[in-house]
Design a protein around this ligand. Structure first.
Ligand code: KE4
Length: 443
């Protein structure tokens, strides 16, 4: 009989955090909540957010001098790793020429040409400064192009913080959304319908009921904001068919998946072409950027050519354009996506084995180099199933990994990312840390 004794778990000395703690106190005195984006405050996992001093490759260094293997990657942009030489050189060169003119530059054209060459659905594009601006503008354009008001989104998908998209659905059926944030008037969400993700029948039902009034369906083709949830077989093509049948536009929010899961985004990976695509993150290489694009006839509706207004002081900023172009061009290097896949698979297999050895129940969802370890038995196919995860256990795992020099997203409901800078050494160190962290959960 094998006597299983709980693995003696060496509790690591918690990393020094005095400087981050002091920095957080100072930040809270002047910044709302001490952060400029809520998830950074560690609210979902507890503890003190680490203030980052610098980063290189796959490694972050915090104010106390602790090194972490980074799987947040600025929430997706840093697919090449931090401070990558080619991106740094491109940004520095642009910096030397002056960095904001409020006038067109050829750098915008160059990046637009590259994206149009890569992303199948895009014939014309407009750059903005964030993913939120991209999705907010894309739904306005869809309404202007179709003359319709209703927008359909999926529960658990996040598209930034525009009023119309801060909605929550209910009870797993198609419903008109209610505001998910204070300060959003009911009127702002009264034209937003919410359906469960990965549910063909509910999507069919909402179009059967409202089809002629639906301007667009907006979806993350691979959801990343309830944790990573891939589309079920045939789901995206089903949405394509419904939009075609009812004269609505299909909008893919590829802010996270664009250039992450494939050089052509999720639409390149799954072979389903939307009418409009929203981009962000990677296309700016870590500089503020967003974009939306699609068929030329749709984009022609945008000001100054057409009646749909949208504008931005820093849109197409030369630094972001230079860093973005260097980043997406680097992704055309031979074997890039094969390497991302190999390293991500190695990590996923190692984490699964570590959890199994410790007797911890987890299920993983992964598409290429974006993935999530859910603390539950799964499967996780939509928000309702994702929400069954043990978030307390995730929080304990998060801190056990942080104490061992691994920086995961501070929320169960976020994807984490492998970059081209994550070498075997980092992957193996992460798996070793996970072995101890999982064992500590059951000790
Ligand atoms: P931004 O406005 O944050 O640039 O993009 C909004 C957005 C739109 N669409 C998708 C699919 C997104 O994932 C995002 C933003 N992602 C989050 C992380 N899941 C950003 C992190 C944060 O909010 O601080």
């Amino acid at each position: 009989m094998i006597v299983r004794t709980a693995m003696k778990v060496q509790q690591p000395k918690p990393p020094a955090s005095q400087k981050s703690e002091a920095a957080f106190e100072a930040a809270k005195a002047v910044l709302a909540g001490g952060v400029n984006s809520p998830v950074r405050a560690f609210g979902a996992v507890g503890g003190t957010p680490r203030f980052i001093s610098k980063a290189k490759g796959a490694v972050l260094i915090d104010a106390d001098g602790n090194n972490y293997i980074d799987y947040v990657g600025s929430w997706g942009p840093m697919i090449l790793g931090h401070a990558e030489e080619r991106v740094a050189a491109a940004a520095s060169k642009a910096l030397g020429k002056g960095w904001s003119f409020g006038a067109p530059t050829e750098a915008e054209t160059r990046l637009a040409e590259q994206i149009i060459a890569d992303i199948p659905s895009i014939e014309r594009i407009r750059f903005v400064n964030s993913g939120t601006e991209a999705t907010m503008s894309a739904i306005r354009l869809a309404r202007g192009f179709t003359g319709r008001d209703l927008i359909v989104k999926c529960e658990g998908c996040y598209h930034g913080h525009a009023d119309a998209l801060l909605v929550k659905g209910g009870s797993g059926l198609a419903t008109f959304g209610t505001p998910s944030s204070a300060g959003v008037p009911a009127a702002a969400t009264s034209n937003t319908l919410v359906v469960p993700y990965n549910d063909k029948d509910e999507a069919t039902r909402v179009f059967a009921e409202h089809g002629g009034k639906i301007a667009a369906l907006l979806v993350e083709p691979v959801a990343g904001n309830m944790g990573c949830v891939p589309p079920l077989e045939g789901y995206l093509s089903h949405l394509r068919g419904l939009c075609d049948q009812h004269g609505a536009l299909l909008i893919f929010d590829e802010v996270m998946t664009g250039y992450r899961v494939h050089i052509g985004g999720a639409q390149g990976l799954y072979g389903v072409c939307p009418d409009l695509t929203c981009l962000g993150k990677i296309i700016g290489g870590g500089f503020p950027v967003g974009a939306y694009g699609g068929r030329a006839e749709i984009m022609a509706k945008l000001s100054p050519e057409g009646p749909v207004y949208q504008a931005g002081t820093l849109s197409g900023n030369p630094l972001a354009m230079a860093a973005g172009l260097a980043t997406v061009q680097a992704l055309h290097d031979a074997g890039v996506y094969e390497k991302l896949e190999a390293q991500s698979q190695k990590l996923a297999e190692g984490l699964a084995a570590a959890a199994a050895k410790a007797g911890v129940t987890v299920v993983q969802n992964r598409v290429g180099s974006m993935m999530t370890v859910f603390f539950q038995q799964g499967p996780v196919v939509n928000w309702t199933t994702a929400a069954q995860s043990d978030t307390d256990r995730y929080a304990r795992f998060f801190h056990a990994m942080l104490a061992r020099g691994v920086y995961l997203p501070p929320s169960q409901y976020e994807a984490f990312f492998v970059s081209l800078a994550h070498a075997d050494e980092q992957i193996e160190a992460t798996i070793e840390a996970a072995r101890e962290a999982f064992a500590g959960l059951v000790a």
